[in-house]
Design a protein around this ligand. Structure first.
Ligand code: ATP
Ligand code: MG
Length: 717
């Protein structure tokens, strides 16, 4: 009976893949054809039919959300928890592996994860110490370089510097960065993989142990694996032909970060006994959505080629909305979502997908104004907020005194009279003694190298950390967090920050204690104490575990993070040249194709209804732009599209404010006004009411400005 549930709900091609002999397998198929479903059912098949133990299964995907979903689906199908299986993201699983084998990997047991923001700061600080000119060698570029090398499996020592002085500079920083991370017990995201790979490569006994353990290796979204990820998988499966990979070359969207779609070919070469199964029926989207997506992607060259069809009806046409500006776009989208949810749909089935994180803010504001709950994946997330990072830095210092990044972050936060000169001295000492900042601070105090005041201040900091460490020892995790939040002085510090913002920060810090309370440790490995495990969770999940995950709320995320997911109602917004496709991709054919794949990914997330929107003018990164409609829109056959003509109203001077304030709106679209400084202009829109209303005006002389009604002293003409 159980067996039947594994197989019954599959089509023939899917069944073939799920029930194939235990060889290597490549499922190559388009969006929504059931690849992830096949992978999940294969896991169930292996356990129920092939007699695999849960511990024999290693199943990898890319985002935390996708991994959580995979786990959920397997549990549902098997009717048992997935505890013993290694199901997760590349980062999550390699992290687990390194925790178990920290000593063999030459890492301290307390090693901490360096997220990308911390990594950037560390690189910047090192460059400053080394006297590297930031203007000529931007730290972001160095960060990019380092990660790129690691993704290719290269250490600084393996790279030939050549004669190019710039490259030599980059390599010098890379080498210094490696040494510092090693000394402080810090591991960045790329390092998780590289270190895991090296450990297995250089340790045959361990490799054998894991090869024997992971008898079945499954990979979702295989087209987006990079060199080091594939190398790691290959080591584990070496000669065993036990990899089951599913993917779609048309959805390869991480080429810019080192993903190699060629891994699909390498896989076929490395596993000569493999079988290929193609799935062609799409179960996700309506005919119109699928037809449009198929036509769009047909514009790319060199595809592995596949056709998708659906038994579903044509469904509604895709709605195309040409917004007046970015405000109007957000307004339109939110209005549609409101109506949709009012007619009985769940908000969580609606998603707004955008090209860059910066676009989320306007939608957030509109949703908030309309009192519609929403959730943003990525972007400025809970664990990324400054106050949270400060709180976490205290916790990190308690776990590991040699965590230099955290030391830098909190040594004078809140301010405690430790000035730049003192910190410079500590850095210099740390550098010359090759020690951590913490150790350097101690030796400076012991050698009485500081004036009394500075020395006392520094001493007080060291005592504070030691005191917090002592007091929180043996306490439950959330108690530890509470002690740190209360006694670090952070609360007083933010109390001084006037108004909303300070209060929000305090609330966030308090929320940190709740996050710690909700954190379930049982999922983690016994090797890791609860605090370190929580800190790792904060770095890896970065907000994806924030509260309200199960609330019914609208989903906001970048197109990249939407990969693999599906929603009934989807808005792909900002379809403009320069934004999507992005500026830099326009001149490079390879990148342009990747943008097109991204658009394909976005469109194929939609099950029932898809909206595409673009704006005639847009303020982006503080600049006013007048973009052209995206070329991708022209690549979709007209028969699948219907234009929404809400803008018919725009030619007449009517209000474009939200319906609530419509009657009160004092300034109508098209109203001509005069401002003392900017001269004459025309009103584009009004948000809010009365003196605090924000009026957007296109001035003849200076272009578009947003002014507050009470201060602007506008004269109506
Ligand atoms: P993507 O390329 O976007 O990751 P995918 O190929 O992984 O897509 P799935 O997410 O596995 O596709 O499946 C898409 C949708 O179709 C899901 O809702 C899934 O449950 C459904 N589906 C897949 N196969 C079948 C089937 N044989 N019968 C009914 N529904 C199916
Ligand atoms: Mg999938």
């Amino acid at each position: 009976m159980e067996l039947n549930t594994i197989i019954a709900s599959l089509n023939d091609a899917q069944r073939e893949a799920v029930s194939a002999p235990k060889n290597s397998m490549l499922v190559l198929a388009g969006a929504g054809s059931g690849k992830t479903r096949v992978l999940v059912h294969r896991i169930a098949w292996l356990i129920k039919v092939e007699g695999a133990f849960p511990g024999n299964i290693l199943s990898v995907t890319f985002t935390n959300k996708a991994a959580a979903e995979m786990r959920g689906r397997v549990e549902l199908l098997l009717g048992m928890p997935t505890g013993g299986m290694w199901i997760g993201t590349f980062h999550g699983l390699t992290h687990r592996f390194l925790r178990r084998h920290a000593a063999e990997a030459k890492l301290p047991g307390t090693f901490q994860i360096l997220d990308s923001d911390d990594q950037y700061r560390l690189i910047r600080r090192l460059m400053k110490n080394m006297g590297v000119d930031e203007a000529r060698c931007p730290p972001r570029q160095v960060q990019w370089f380092i990660n790129e090398q690691k993704d290719e499996g290269l250490r600084a020592a393996n790279i030939d510097a050549g004669m190019d002085p710039f490259r030599r500079q980059l390599l010098k920083v890379y080498a210094e960065y490696e040494a510092t991370c090693q000394r402080s017990g810090l591991v960045d995201f790329a390092e998780l993989l590289l270190r895991s790979f090296e450990l297995l490569r250089d340790n045959p006994a361990l490799l054998e142990e894991y090869q024997a353990r992971f008898r079945y290796i499954l990979v979702d979204e295989f087209q987006d694996t990079n060199a080091i990820q594939y190398a790691w998988l290959r080591l584990l499966s070496q000669g065993r032909e036990n990899m089951f990979v599913v993917g779609d070359d048309d959805q390869s969207i991480y080429g810019w970060r080192g993903a190699r779609v060629e891994n699909i070919h390498s896989f076929q070469k490395d596993n000569p006994a493999h079988k290929v199964v193609r799935l062609e029926q799409n179960y996700r989207s309506t005919g119109n959505i699928l037809g449009a997506a198929n036509s769009l992607i047909a514009n790319n060259q060199g595809r592995m080629g596949k056709e998708l069809w659906t038994e579903d009806s044509e469904g509604e046409k895709i709605s195309l909305y040409n917004a007046f500006n970015e405000q109007d776009e957000a307004h339109f989208v939110v209005e549609r979502i409101r109506k949709w949810s009012e007619s009985g749909n769940s908000r969580k089935d609606a998603a707004i997908l955008y090209r860059s994180n910066a676009q989320s803010r306007l939608f957030e504001e509109r949703l908030m104004a309309a009192a519609i709950p929403y959730r943003v994946y990525g972007g400025q997330r809970f664990f990324d907020r400054a106050e949270i990072k400060n709180g976490l830095a205290y916790l990190r210092m308690i776990a590991n005194r040699n965590d230099d990044t955290s030391f830098e972050r909190i040594v004078n936060t809140p301010t405690r009279g430790i000035g730049n000169r003192t910190v410079d001295l500590i850095r210099a000492e740390a550098q010359s003694a090759s020690s951590s900042l913490w150790e350097a601070a101690i030796s400076i105090i012991n050698r009485k190298q500081l004036p009394a005041r500075a020395s006392n201040a520094l001493n007080a900091f060291l005592a504070l950390i030691n005191g917090l460490g002592g007091e929180s020892k043996d306490k439950a995790l959330f108690e530890k967090v509470r002690i740190v939040v209360e006694k670090s002085g952070l609360i007083e510090h933010y109390k001084k920050e006037k108004g909303e913002k300070g209060e929000a920060r305090i609330e966030n810090l308090q929320e940190l204690a709740s996050a710690a309370k909700q954190f379930s440790w049982e999922e983690n490995e016994e090797e890791l104490d609860e605090l370190s495990s929580f800190l790792a969770h904060a770095a890896l999940e970065a907000g994806e575990g924030q509260a309200d995950e199960y609330d019914d709320c609208v989903q906001l995320m970048t197109l990249h993070s939407a990969k693999g997911l599906e929603f009934k109602l989807v808005f792909v917004v900002g379809l403009e040249e320069g934004l999507f496709p992005g500026e830099r991709s326009i001149t490079e054919p390879g990148r342009l194709e990747e943008e097109r794949r991204l658009c394909y990914v976005g469109m194929t997330r939609a099950m029932e209804k898809l909206y595409l929107t673009y704006a005639e003018s847009r303020r982006l990164y503080g600049r006013e732009t007048y973009p052209k409609a995206s070329r991708f829109l022209r690549e979709i056959p007209v028969e699948h599209i219907e234009e929404v003509r809400m803008r018919a109203t725009v030619s007449r001077p009517v209000s474009v404010t939200s319906s609530v304030s419509q009657r009160e709106a004092e300034y109508q679209l098209g109203q001509r006004v005069k401002h003392l400084k900017f001269g004459e202009g025309v009103v584009l829109q009004q948000e809010g009411e009365g003196d605090s209303a924000q009026i957007q005006i296109n001035f003849h002389s200076v272009g578009i400005k947003t002014l507050v009604a009470g201060y602007a002293k506008l004269e109506k003409l």
